[in-house]
Design a protein around this ligand. Structure first.
Ligand code: ZN
Length: 244
């Protein structure tokens, strides 16, 4: 059957790379930005993640983020995160590229995580070079309902998440392209492949002779070029979990 075939491909791959999108976050209860229960339905994501608005009023972001980003202790990694962590642990998975900013891959045991939309794992000052403040330090402040401040200038610091109006992190992008080119197999999970640059990663893999497998609950523009397409993340990962 198809999941067995997938598992054999994973075991045989010399350089397996996984790319994940919002569907993988949704799976553990975090709502998809664009899906039918999308965050866009009840929050103004354009405003929450607007760099211009962050300059104007950073409390708008932090008030929302308190319950949605700085609550990792309350969130559970899903079977998808855990199986991916285990695949890396066993040496099958070489790199994981993600569009997600929820730190759940790390919670699931993944080590080589390339976060192409940035990450709340670190924070920086918009005015002072070289200032870095960790997720844990900021989370402790935000949970008290306060704004995290720069230890140097006392102004509010910003997470290293890519906001609207900012450019994507160069290092992460470069690493993602290199991994995609090196991949002889790319597993694409929970992304519709419509947003660049994520959408271009499997194209790098295909161009250098690699194969792709897609697991998504909606069609993607690359379905016709995939070795196998699945639509149910839960079914695939419960299957893989059983075979591991
Ligand atoms: Zn500062």
């Amino acid at each position: 059957m198809e999941i067995k075939k997938l598992f054999n491909m994973i075991k045989k791959a010399k350089h397996l790379v996984v790319m994940t999108g919002a569907g993988v976050s949704t799976f553990s209860g975090i709502r998809d930005f664009r899906g039918k229960n999308g965050l866009y339905k009840d929050i103004d994501a354009e405003k929450v993640f607007s760099i211009d608005y962050f300059y104007e009023d950073p409390s708008f972001f932090y008030n929302w983020a308190k319950e949605n980003i700085y609550d990792i202790d309350k969130k559970e990694a899903s079977i998808v995160h855990n199986v991916l962590g285990e695949l890396e642990n066993r040496g099958y998975l070489k790199a994981l590229i993600t569009q997600n900013i929820d730190l759940l891959h790390q919670k699931g045991g993944s080590k080589n995580v390339i976060e192409i939309h940035g990450s709340p794992s670190t924070h920086y000052c918009l005015h002072c070079a070289g200032i870095r403040v960790s997720y844990d330090e900021v989370a402790a402040v935000v949970r008290k309902g306060e704004m995290p401040k720069c230890p140097n200038c006392e102004r509010v610091i910003k997470p290293a998440i890519t906001f609207f109006g900012e450019s994507l992190p160069h290092e992460a992008l470069r690493a993602a392209v290199t991994e995609s080119q090196n991949a002889d197999l790319m597993l694409i999970l929970g992304t519709t492949l419509t947003v660049y640059p994520a959408a271009s990663m499997p194209e790098h893999t295909l161009r250098t002779g690699g194969k792709i497998i897609i697991v998504n609950n909606m069609p993607t523009p690359l379905d016709s070029r995939a070795e196998i397409c699945f639509n149910d993340l839960g079914e695939v990962f419960e299957g893989l979990n059983g075979l591991l």
